[in-house]
Design a protein around this ligand. Sequence first.
Ligand code: FAD
Ligand code: SF4
Length: 337
Amino acid sequence: MMRLPKFEYRTPRTIAEAVKIIGDTGPTAQFVAGGTDLYPNMKRRQQTPRTVISVMRLADLNQITGDGDSGLRIGAAVTLTDICEHPIINRDYPVIARAARTISTPILRNMGTIGGNLLLDTRCNYYDQNYEWRKGINFCLKKDGDVCWVAPGSSKCWAVQSSDLVPVMVAIGARFRLASTLGERVVDAAGFYNDDGIDYLKKRPEELLIDIQLPPAKGWRASYQKLRRRGAFDFPVLGVAACVHLDEAAAKKAGSEVTVKAATIVLGGIAPSPIEVTESAQALIGKPMNEDQIAAAAEAAYVKARPLDNTDFVYSWRKQMARQYTLRALNDLRRRA
Ligand SMILES: Cc1cc2nc3c(=O)[nH]c(=O)nc-3n(C[C@H](O)[C@H](O)[C@H](O)COP(=O)(O)OP(=O)(O)OC[C@H]3O[C@@H](n4cnc5c(N)ncnc54)[C@H](O)[C@@H]3O)c2cc1C
Ligand code: SF4
């Protein structure tokens, strides 16, 4: 049985208290929300904080405010179950509720939070193993070793960004509010993730994620399609998020076909960061959303996808699936247009 190492557990009641604790403790401390990612990692000795600071009693992080007209603010400690069931999220941001429903299992969704999901550790077959297994291969670059077993000549870790909500947040233009003892800042989800399996976030370790800010829901629609082995639960080994803004008003005025005003296609689960496929967007923008444009956008996603051999399924097949899942996402949007 894998046991947790010894650690001190802190339960601050205010954001100021939480950021002070981590500011005073330094790099040996880490925040925890539901713990569904951090605690298994601690059991496997992949992450070994000596102080663990719970964010679950911070009132600001437990609220959902606003709606599709004004934009929605979701506290980082809101559980995935609450996201799945929230009436305004289901009405105005259904793509988020649908993507959240594909994450792990009902029990884990009762514990796991949206913030923890967006800050999830990157994953790799050579890393998501117990300590003895990893010791048996002399560890790897990401933790305790000096070689990457996926790309031995590489000085970079290729562990995969494996959150279902990350590609969705990037595609719809969400923003994240962070706090530390130096104050607050708000950053775009796009650009928040580094293409590096070790240093995967543009967030300082002592920064607390307070909330996720969604843009108003009018004028766009989005779809998320997830590839995984088991339908019941599994991490994504490819996730395609597509968001399109349609020029419905102009089409109505001119009595012409509706064209795409803006589009964002994002691939998750195939690289250390979500991959935005601008070529797919270019294939759609300024044109009607018909079969030819959708096929061209899906082809661009196939060309851009370069999965490595470090998660489930044969990587060349996952590359093929980037085309198919982009087709699915865009056809889903077309049907709803
Ligand atoms: C069996 C299993 C299956 C899973 N399947 C999926 C899946 O299909 N899709 C998927 O996306 N995920 C999956 N997960 C991963 C995980 O359950 C979810 O991503 C969950 O949302 C993580 O949230 P949490 O609150 O438990 O995170 P935690 O474990 O509490 O934290 C995760 C990370 O975020 C940091 N953190 C958390 N909150 C904050 C904050 N407010 N500010 C700063 N740092 C913070 C922690 O320090 C830690 O580094 C699975 C996990 C398991 C064990
Ligand atoms: S990609 Fe390489 S360095 Fe990163 S976790 Fe996998 S084996 Fe380790």
